[in-house]
Design a binder for this molecule. Structure first.
Ligand code: CO
Ligand code: ZN
Length: 331
């Protein structure tokens, strides 16, 4: 599974430009799904379930997109000025590298070289080796993803775009391992999550599920003076109770907890103070859908070195397989 994770995280796919990731996902799942299609915004949807269409419609959503940048203008000295796509923190930018979709690479610098603090993105630039707009190989509207290779520390895996390729990898692996399900499971590999859950919003409308589960990263409280939350890397996948955009349906939480306990899988309960996931979009789609989220505890989210624990990842797959293999009645 580490090979799959490496391939997914190293494929660039800023929000709105997920096509390369989509092709990787399609190649990985095609053999295992009854039906695979792409919706109008670009989300890839793979269905698995009984041929007669029976069973509950369950949507599993993992987003393919990652944060990135887009060029606003090229200044007179050939520096590409840019703005964010999704939640880009200035403190994670200076000295970092980006790769444009056309392959051009660049280094991020900021004005007042030598300043101790990170300046706003409007005072940063990308140095692609140009000296004027004329010889600059990128132009207004060109999009780039951050660049940083996958690093395997053993149990801990590090890369850019673990948010949310790790969720994508978990969904792929679940689809592959799910031998028999009484449900119609719709694995949605969604687009444009980082800019406001846009792909999951339209996909949830199209799929019209009875239950929705997002698979995404969450923060952890186990770094020095880190966020005050109970989630720790290595203590199991987290079952979301609440984040700043959603209260999970308590019946969905109870279902996830019951399956984890039956299967003797480690799990932790998550209360996240900042951020939300595709589950919010599913929950409030159409007339409303019971929804929850399986979260992968992560450190350094939205940096080029997002870290997860491989045991949590594998146990996340096991929990989803356990949930989807048996009938479910929400009380
Ligand atoms: Co994110
Ligand atoms: Zn995410």
């Amino acid at each position: 599974m580490k090979e799959l994770i490496k391939r997914l995280v190293e494929t660039p796919g800023p929000s709105g430009y997920e096509s390369k990731v989509r092709e990787e996902v399609r190649a990985a799942i095609e053999k295992y799904a009854a039906e695979v299609y792409v919706d109008a915004l670009g989300s890839l949807i793979a269905r698995k379930g009984p041929d007669n269409g029976s069973g509950k419609r369950i949507m599993i959503s993992a987003h393919m997109d990652e944060i990135g940048i887009v060029v606003t203008h090229v200044d007179k000295n050939g520096f590409a000025r840019f703005t964010n796509i999704g939640g880009v923190y200035p403190r994670n930018c200076v000295g970092g590298r980006v790769r444009f979709l056309n392959g051009v690479q660049g280094v991020i610098g900021q004005e007042q070289a030598g300043a101790r603090e990170a300046l706003p993105l409007s005072q940063m630039y990308i140095d692609v080796g140009a000296t004027s707009p004329k010889n600059c190989p990128v132009k207004v509207g060109d999009v780039a993803a951050f660049e940083r290779p996958f690093t395997d520390l053993g149990n801990r895996l590090v890369s850019k775009a673990m948010d949310d390729r790790i969720g994508v990898a978990i969904a792929i692996e679940t689809l592959r391992q799910l031998e028999d399900t009484p449900h119609q499971v719709y694995f949605v590999f969604s687009v444009q999550e980082e800019v406001g859950l846009r792909g999951a919003t339209t996909s949830a409308y199209g799929v019209n599920p009875d239950i929705g589960i997002a698979v995404d990263v969450t923060r952890s409280g186990d770094t020095p003076n880190g966020p005050k939350m109970a989630v720790k890397l290595g203590n199991g996948p987290a079952i979301k109770v609440r984040d700043s955009g959603m209260l999970s349906d308590p019946r969905v939480v109870a279902w996830m907890v019951a399956r984890a306990e039956e299967a003797r899988l480690p799990y932790q309960l998550e209360v996240l103070e900042g951020g939300t996931t595709d589950a919010r979009a599913i929950q409030i789609s159409r007339a409303g859908v019971p929804a929850g989220c399986l979260s992968v505890p992560s450190r350094y989210i939205h940096s080029p070195s997002e870290m997860v624990d491989f045991n949590d990842v594998q146990n996340g797959v096991k929990l989803l397989v356990a949930m989807l293999s048996q009938p479910v009645e929400l009380g």
